[in-house]
Ligand binder design. Structure first.
Ligand code: TYM
Length: 338
């Protein structure tokens, strides 16, 4: 039975748009086991967000529901304990879409059009722009504000969206009283954006067409080693391991990954690997990455076999999430006279 306490609330979510990556792990999942001890945690599978980029002409039936179960198993493998925390699917809890609509009245067109992530997708793939992609951060705001969230665990790429959530909450509160808690990015969140291995000036992403850019948490370990050894580094006349994202984006990206996985500061790693050749540095990094991922994979294959258990977790999670969010939504409806 889940213990509802007076602890601060933490909310986080990932879209079920394919297999999770080392970017997801380094950006947020690596913290989950420890933050769970300090906060009342909500781990959401953001399937409504994932609809924004679904290809409706080419949709493979059941691929969504399969990825959702894969994700629950991965959440558990990263240390989430369903007896302490709530794991649930966004679309199973209707309050999210209702608050989303209400909050869309507290944000302006111009503010949403300045979101970097939207602008990037808009410029790259002009054909596939729908309204939901534009409004994506408003649904994030609903997710977070519904649970009176104190801290959000996200990677650096989501910073702008969280600032927008704060703005919406402030705006609403200034008109209707202190209804929402103003959330912040958890201080435990990592400060790095993990970049594509072959193109280290762009983000590592699940949907990258070049598989060599991305390490998936369920990749075979030999493939992970090969991807890391092949990763693009910088063509300096002499080797030096230094964090410098403008002049040495490749090495800086690998240092970021190493820093997250070893919990060591970059400056310490720079000293430790000072005299290493890039190949030897990558070899050492690949052992550390494989060690982390192999532990996750062992647990994943164990959890993934028991679908009934995974479905049970989601049903229980949806009930808990609905009970809590309904109360908070009710307060919002009341002050709005709805
Ligand atoms: P998604 O699925 O794009 O990303 C999920 C989480 O992984 C982090 N992340 C990364 N961090 C560092 N480097 C990367 N290359 C990298 N790629 C992904 C993201 O920062 C994120 O923390 N919109 C959210 C999902 C969501 C959500 C929420 C998150 C929906 N509602 C409410 C927090 C609170 C997203 O980015 O999904």
């Amino acid at each position: 039975m889940l213990n509802i306490t007076t602890q601060d609330v933490m909310f986080t979510g990932i879209q079920p748009t394919g297999l999770l990556t080392l970017g997801n792990y380094c950006g947020t999942m690596c913290n989950w086991k420890t933050i769970q001890k300090k906060y009342q945690c909500f781990f959401c599978i953001a399937d409504l967000h994932a609809l924004t980029t679904r290809n409706h002409d080419n949709y493979i039936k059941n691929s969504f529901s399969t990825s959702i179960l894969d994700m629950v198993a991965l959440y558990l493998s990263c240390g989430v304990n369903p007896n302490d925390s709530t794991i649930f699917v966004q679309s199973h809890v209707y309050t999210h879409s209702q608050l989303y609509w209400i909050l869309s009245n507290f944000i302006y067109f111009g503010e949403l059009s300045r979101m970097t992530q939207f602008k990037k997708k808009f410029l790259v793939d002009k054909k596939n722009i729908n309204l939901s992609l534009f409004c994506y951060p408003v649904l994030m705001a609903a997710d977070i504000l519904l649970y009176r969230t104190d801290g959000v665990s996200v990677g650096l790429d989501q910073k702008q969206h969280i600032e927008l959530v704060q703005k919406i909450a402030h705006r609403f509160n200034s008109k209707y009283g202190n209804i929402f808690v103003i959330p912040h990015i958890l201080k435990e969140s990592k400060k790095y954006k993990i970049m594509a291995l072959q193109e280290p000036t762009k983000k590592m992403s699940k949907s990258d067409k070049n598989f060599n850019n991305t390490i998936f948490l369920l990749d075979n370990l030999d493939l992970i080693r090969a991807k890391l050894l092949r990763s693009l580094t910088d063509s300096d006349p002499v080797y030096y391991i230094k964090y410098d994202i403008y002049n040495k984006p490749g090495i800086s990206n690998l240092l970021s990954i190493l820093s997250v996985l070893t919990n060591k500061n970059i400056s310490i790693l720079e000293c430790e690997f000072k005299n290493y050749r890039y190949y030897d540095f990558k070899k050492q990094l690949s052992e550390i990455v494989c060690d982390t991922i192999s532990k996750i994979q062992k647990l994943y294959f164990k959890f993934r076999k028991d679908e009934d258990y995974l479905i049970h977790i989601l049903k229980f999670g949806a009930k808990t999430a609905l009970d809590i969010s309904k109360k908070n939504l009710y307060n919002v409806l009341q002050v709005l006279d709805l």
